[in-house]
Design a protein around this ligand. Sequence first.
Ligand code: GLC
Length: 419
Amino acid sequence: MEKEYLKWFLEARFGMFIHWGIYAIPARGEWVKQQESIPEGHYQAYFDTFNPIHYDPAAWARLARAAGMKYAVMTAKHHDGFCLFDSQYTDYKATNTPAKRDLIREYVDAFRAEGLKVGFYYSLLDWHHPDYPVAGDRIHPYRNKPEYQDHRGNLPRYVEYMHHQVEELLTNYGKIDVIWFDFSYDEMRGEAWRATELVQMVRRLQPGIVIDNRLGGNIKAREPEIYAGDFASPEQIIPPKGVTNEAGEPIPWEACITLNDHWGYAAWDKNWKSPRTVVRVLVECVSKGGNLLLNVGPTAKGEIPAECVEILSQVGKWMHRNGDSIYGCGHATMERPEWGRWTCKGNRLYAHILERGIGPINLRGLEGKIAYARLLADDSEIRLERPWNAAEYPDDAFLSFPTAELPDEWDTVVELVLK
Ligand code: GLC
């Protein structure tokens, strides 16, 4: 019953989110214009001086691939309205900054060349476009400015612009694998965006594309709107039990998570998650049937912060050894074990051992069901045995783990092949 075009997405499990724009210059996150109500005139200075001399998307793509990521989603336009791509419908774009070129095209080419699937994030909100309504809007940067109290904009005209830009993005850059609309709120949802028509156009231009769920529909409904999207997009949280629809069936989801506490570059935010945490979060997502879209916020000069590079490289080393327990895997039917988590693929179970405990490792209910067990990192055998003191647990199988401590403290993976 799963949609065929979602197959790659569900197998990929791990992707890179990239938030990049002229807000990298103030370097206080992508909402800075809104949070500080920065006047257009001042924000313009960022546009006039945006010059990413070190932008090397091939290096970003290599980093993503080495980290074990299979796809990427980059901001073609964020809420501030600035376009990294060369749109014929606006002057507010990278080609008119000192960068002087279409930064999206280079991204697409580089990531494709590295064998990664390519996606666009596109903001439905627009804090630059004169037709976007300010009066009555709960979010707009200038909502409290007296001179904007009567600014009703022209929503139909803005939506026309928005549709045109989506059409450009899905026409001018070859095959695009993901479109990530962001976001809907209050009355600004569904048909306010002409969402049915928008999605029909998206599907016509890019038949196999995967669409997120932020156009304002209800993806959990028994009969979701056509624009409800292909996957749920929990943000900065991992759903406790995965995501199910109103009929109780699991549905595709992708958690988007930052590496520090900001999406866009934030020069002073050093609250980095450790590679160990990233690995465990990824495993948690997969064990609950979801994907992880992990964010980086490159600098105005075009570089992914060194800390991110280091974290992702470390994650990549773990993925090199243990990727088989991630790609194409989903949740197992068994309950979460005390020592860690399960992921599963066909007749293979992956025991993600996060806590060594003592003695043999208990595999509940699996007695007689396992053909063999191996340490996934190097395919070395882990013996199954029935210890003398396990007589009271006849339904359980036991791994005789050879060491008192785990060889991989982040997550030691044992592959169990079922009979
Ligand atoms: C949000 C934010 C945002 C970020 C994003 C990522 O709702 O508005 O800045 O791009 O979602 O999920």
